[in-house]
Write a protein that binds this ligand. Sequence first.
Ligand code: C5P
Length: 396
Amino acid sequence: MLSGKNVLLAITGSIAAYKSAYLVRDFIKRGANVKVIITEAALQFVTPVTLSTLSKNPVYKDFLKSTDTGEWNNHVELASWSDIMVIAPATANTLSNLVSGKGDSLFLATYLSCNAPIFVAPAMDLDMFKNESTQNNIKILKNRKLNIIEPKSGELASGLDGKGRMEEPEQITTIINQYFLDKASLRNLRILISAGPTYESIDPVRFIGNHSSGKMGFALAREAEKRGANVELITGPVSLETPRNVQRTDVSSANEMKKEIEDRFINTDVLIMSAAVSDFQPVKMAPNKIKKDELEMSVSLKKTPDILKDLAKIKKKQIVIGFALETESEKKNAYEKMKKKNLDAIVLNSLNDKGSGFGFDTNKITLITPLEERKFDLKSKDLVAVDILNFIEECI
Ligand code: C5P
């Protein structure tokens, strides 16, 4: 579950900081990407060279990178990069700072900016741990939904014996792995998603296409992967980065897309056709570039195969979801399409809604099933993907 995840590890000033090197190594072994933030106090215990070598990333300490150039480490970027933040070891002083909301270091400002799940592994001497203020701070942090990885009892650096030893690195990564496993609500589900436009060649140079950016389909793939699904993405020509852990196949035409989807459909649990498949293709592609000598030219077109309709006809247990991008009589058209194509649901969006449709990072959808209609507000395509995947979770 940690493969491809972005782990932001904050190391604060406890002798247990030496164990953080093992923690970095363990995250890396499990396929995670690791960036380390270190506090001034932690530098007394472990060196940035060790941590940057193991994490394969620079270690972050101060806001300012260079006084000469004014380059600085952006706490907001670090926070939004992370899928998870781990504070290990967390000293008593750190716990107190987390509670107070102080933001006077790169570490604390990043913590305050972080919306990802946060794990805290305290490490300190037994009496510091037992102290009422430490215990109160832990209680407050738990109430704020931080995940506290309880320290272990045993021999402490002071020579005393008691509770305060930071949990072992391997155990920390196991706990975090389990956390993601528990969240993987679509574990073992095979989801096939189509995205982007298709290009139908007129000649070796020209094509018929559309303005689809593929953003909606890619957002769906990212969200499904986050929930632990096995995701296959069949995409027309787009310039988007492949979501991590997603099997991507690039195609150009409707015919190519049909073949790739057909090949996989039988082994799929859910098909989401968010691609804007061209409805027409030239009857014949000219073998050479058509000369522009004529004042007028015409291209004979025929319908492309309706991938969704053909597959929904033979579906067994698969959930099949289509998209309808409409410009008029939106609902009526969407209902007709859902019926005609034998779909379990159709996602309607209208070009008449501001911020909706091709190219935008936002979308406004109505999710229609034979039983109900759910209207959603305009939101980012990432959040639209959350709504659609929530619906799929309910279906399964
Ligand atoms: O009929 P219309 O093109 O509006 O239907 C849209 C839905 O049908 C989308 O989910 C799209 O991916 C799918 N489609 C298809 N094959 C086509 C045309 C559209 O699968 N040739």
